[in-house]
Design a protein around this ligand. Sequence first.
Ligand code: UGA
Length: 427
Amino acid sequence: MKKIAVIGTGYVGLVTGTCLASLGHKVTCVDIDEKRISSLQDGHCPLHEPGLSHLLQSNLLENRLQFSTVLKEAVQGAEAVFIAVGTPENNDGSADLSYVKNAVENLSLYINDGTLIIIKSTVPPGTNQKVQSWMQSRSERTFHVVSNPEFLREGSALNDFFYGDRIVIGSTDLKAGQFLEEIYRKLKTPRLLTDPLSAEMIKYASNAFLATKISFINEISSICEKLGGDIEQVAQGMGMDSRIGEQFLRAGIGFGGSCFPKDTKALVQVAKETGHPFKLLSTVMDVNERQKNLLVEKALKRYGSLKGKNVAVLGLAFKPNTDDIRESPAVSLIQRLQKLEANPTAYDPVVKSIPFCPVSDSIHEVLTGADIAMICTEWSSICDLSLDVYETTMKEAVLFDGRNCYAPEDFEGRNIEYHSVGRQAYE
Ligand code: UGA
C-alpha cells in the first residue's frame, strides 16, 4: 500500500485516483474546484462512466479514497503524486501547459524529499524535462519525474485501467520506474519501461495513429459510395488481416471527444516546431472536418434546401456510454442545420440539454412529425430501435445514418428511405 496524491479530478484524475484506491492504495485526490470536491466527498460521481460511481463510493466507505482542496495536506506524506490536470488547446492548436506548470509550482512548496512525481496528463514530448526544471528552480528537495501516459477510453475507462494493453513508464531513473511499477503491481498488464520523451510520444502517436485509421476508412467509404462497394464488408475484409486489425475501422461521421481532435492538432504543432511538418496528420484532420458535414451534405443533395425541415438528431454524445459532447460531430451537425434554417431537435439517452437546441430523452417524441432523422451516435437505444417507429411516427420516413447502425437490406419492403456511410442509399 502506498500513499498517493492525485492532482486534478477531471476525467483522467478521477478514474486514476479511484482505480488506484481499488488496488489498495491510500489516495487523496485534490482539486481547486470546491463544489466538485464537496460533491465528490458526498459520493456523487460527476461523470457518466459505467462502474465509476460504484467504485468511488465503495472506496470512500473503505477509507482508501479522500477528496480535498488543500494541496498541502494531500502532498505531505505522499510517496507519489500523480499530475492529472487538463492540457487544453491553445489558439494555434498546441497544448496549453499552464495548468501543469501551476500544479508543479504549487507542488514544489510542499513536496517531501524523494517523492515520485508522475505525469498522467497528456503532454507534448519534452514536457517531462520542463517539469524537472520547473521543480529544480523552485525546490531544494530530491524528486523524480516519471511519464506515465493514460490510455483510458471514455465509456470503458475502468476496463482499460484494470485490463489495459500496456502500462508505459518513461523514466531516466531505474529506481523511480520500479517504484511506479510497484504501484501497479497487482495489474497483469504488460509493461514498457522507456525514456520520458518516448513515453510522451507513445501517447500522442497512438492517438494520432487511431485517428488516421478512422480518417482512412472514411476516405475509402467515400470512394465506395461512388463506385458501389459496401464499406462494412471492406472494413471486415481489411480487419481480417491481423497486421491491420479490425478495430477503429468503423466508417462514420468522424471522430470527436476531448482527445483525438486535440491531440492530433497538438502533434501537428509539435512536428511543425521541429521543422518537420506532419502533412499526413494534417490531412487526417481535414478529412475528419469534411466527414462531420457528411449527413448534411447528403441531405442537401437530396432536398436542395433544408430550410424549414424538422430534423430529428439522434445522439449527441461523441460516442455511446458517455455524456461528453466535446467536439461531438452531432454538435457541428446541429449548428450547420441551424445555419441552413432547418429545425433540429435532438434525442440522447444521457445528455439532457445543450444551450442551442431543444433536447428530449424520448426518441419517439423527436421523431414524431419529423421530416428527416439523422443518426449521430450509435447508442443501443438508437441502433436497436424498431424500424416500425420511423415508419409510424415521422412525417416522411427519411433516415440518414451516420454510424451505419442498420444494414440496407433491413429496409426491403419498408416505406423508409435510407442513406448511410460508404454504402448505396436505399430509396
Ligand atoms: C481515445 C483513445 O481511444 C484512448 O486510448 C485514449 O486514452 C483517449 O482517447 C485519451 O487520449 O484520453 P476516447 O476519445 O475516449 O479514447 O474514445 P474512442 O473510443 O477512441 O473514440 C474516439 C472517437 O472516434 C469517437 O468519436 C468515435 O465515434 C470515433 N471512432 C472510433 C470512429 O469514428 N470509428 C472507429 O472505428 C472508432
